[in-house]
Design a binder for this molecule. Structure first.
Ligand code: ADP
Ligand code: UVW
Ligand code: MG
Length: 408
């Protein structure tokens, strides 16, 4: 309850990524973030729940064992019921990585939607199973609250036909084998933020590099997603912590022909045993950077990651016919000056020049004043974007309720 005695109303956001479970509580009226938190180390002996208040003060940093996502969900539910007993949860919004051909726009979660998403698990096996488990758990606990799905693919829905399609027989395209693109909630947030800090973004050709455990890049023209590095699944594009990224299709055939493995085993190899981990033995880029001075494998992994980033930016810029602005986001993009420097050094031929000191300080703008391309850092906030979609859907739902009441 607030000071005036009325019940406070919140939007709860659940963002389940490949490596963590992030959550946040936003006031439904003014969209202020009251709490944010994350649970990491799920299914390891080193589970950790962290909670931060609206003033960025850390309130909780509790070690515990979370056997699975359900355990993590229960911890969030118990924290809400202990600390927000007298509050209303007006709606719950979830990040859903892949909704296939028919689900891109944010929408109300129904039993039918959950069944359809369960059929798409093979397209995002590292994300969808946990996302679905979490939704089921929260629906059980909050049966009267509307729950909403916010898809990572929505942002990319306007990709032009010549970019969206794979050169494969029509039969497969009709089955939904097209390029979807991911990290869309992050890109949408970054663009909204950029619009507030910079004028005329509609005229700018931009690339946003979301570099984290999962990494992708997108080119943006006229404020719309034009092209992106990931395709039908979050396995594609650049190499990542444990994902291979794009491969010659011959490489997949090679593995299958030379090894007695099932498709499921191949899936695990491509998603959990490849990328940086396959090259250096370490999945975490921050760790790799520590060892790169003396360990050749770590140095190789680092160089491969940066080379692929340079190549992706070059290709995306060529596809768009130029580049005015490059934006770094995601855990690596926001925090690693070394990675940003190595990538931008490789792009000097395009007129990109960093200001070393601004880059070192992780300033908002990090390009040199003589740079041909403006280079920025914008910390992403997928949770805010999910809350914003949830609020919009709650409003339209209320409107349609009122309309149908009127009819009666
Ligand atoms: N200072 C840093 N230098 C290099 N990598 C960093 C740094 N800080 C965070 N990272 C990396 O960011 C990644 C996490 O990114 P994040 O976007 O938060 O993850 P997720 O993809 O799970 O949302 C980890 O690989 C971590 O090592
Ligand atoms: C789409 C994707 O790769 O997501 P994440 O970064 O959460 O793994
Ligand atoms: Mg992420």
């Amino acid at each position: 309850m607030n000071g005036s005695g009325s019940v406070e109303s919140f939007i709860l956001v659940i963002n389940s990524g490949s490596s963590s479970l992030k959550f946040a509580l936003y006031h439904s009226l003014n969209m202020h973030r009251q709490w944010s938190g994350q649970i990491t180390g799920i299914a390891t002996p080193h589970g950790l729940m962290e909670l931060t208040d609206s003033h960025q003060r850390v309130h909780l940093c509790d070690e515990a064992i979370y056997r699975n996502q359900e355990d993590a969900a229960l911890a969030i539910i118990s924290w809400i019921s202990n600390n927000h007993k007298f509050c209303e949860i007006a709606g719950i919004g979830y990040r859903i990585v892949q909704g296939g051909k028919y689900h891109r726009k944010p929408e109300l979660i129904t039993d039918a939607l959950l069944s359809e998403l369960a059929e798409l698990i093979y397209l995002a096996p590292d994300h969808l199973p946990d996302e679905l488990r979490l939704i089921r758990k929260f629906r059980e606990e909050f049966p009267k609250t509307p729950h909403f799905a916010c898809f990572d693919t929505f942002f990319h829905q306007d990709m032009p036909e010549h970019i969206k399609n794979y050169p494969l027989p029509e039969k497969f395209r009709n089955q939904g084998l097209v390029r979807y693109g991911f990290h869309g909630l992050s890109y949408e947030y970054v663009l909204q933020k950029l619009d507030k800090e910079c004028s005329g973004i509609h005229q700018k050709k931009m690339i946003i590099a979301h570099l984290g455990i999962g990494s992708s890049m997108t080119s943006v023209s006229d404020c719309k997603g034009f092209d992106t590095t990931m395709g039908i699944s979050p396995l594609g594009g650049m190499m990542m912590s444990t994902r291979s990224g794009d491969l010659d299709p011959g490489a997949i055939l090679f593995i299958l022909k030379n090894n007695d493995i099932t498709v499921e085993e191949l899936e695990v190899i491509l998603s959990r045993q490849s990328g940086l981990k396959a090259i250096s033995g370490i999945a975490d880029l921050q760790e790799i950077i520590k060892y790169a001075g003396e360990d050749a494998k770590s140095k190789l992994a680092l160089d491969m990651f940066c080379y692929q980033a340079v190549k992706s930016i070059g290709a995306l810029a060529a596809g768009m016919g130029g580049l005015d602005m490059l934006i770094f986001t995601g855990g690596i993009g926001e925090h690693s000056s070394l990675i940003r420097e190595q990538i931008c050094t490789g792009l000097a031929f395009m007129g990109i020049r960093l200001d070393r000191s601004l880059n070192h300080q992780s300033n908002r703008i990090i390009s040199h004043r003589d740079s041909g391309v403006n280079v920025r850092i914008i910390p992403t906030n997928e949770e805010w974007m999910i809350a914003s979609h949830t609020k919009n859907l709650l409003q339209t739902q209320n409107l349609s309720c009122r309309k149908s009441q009127k009819k009666l």
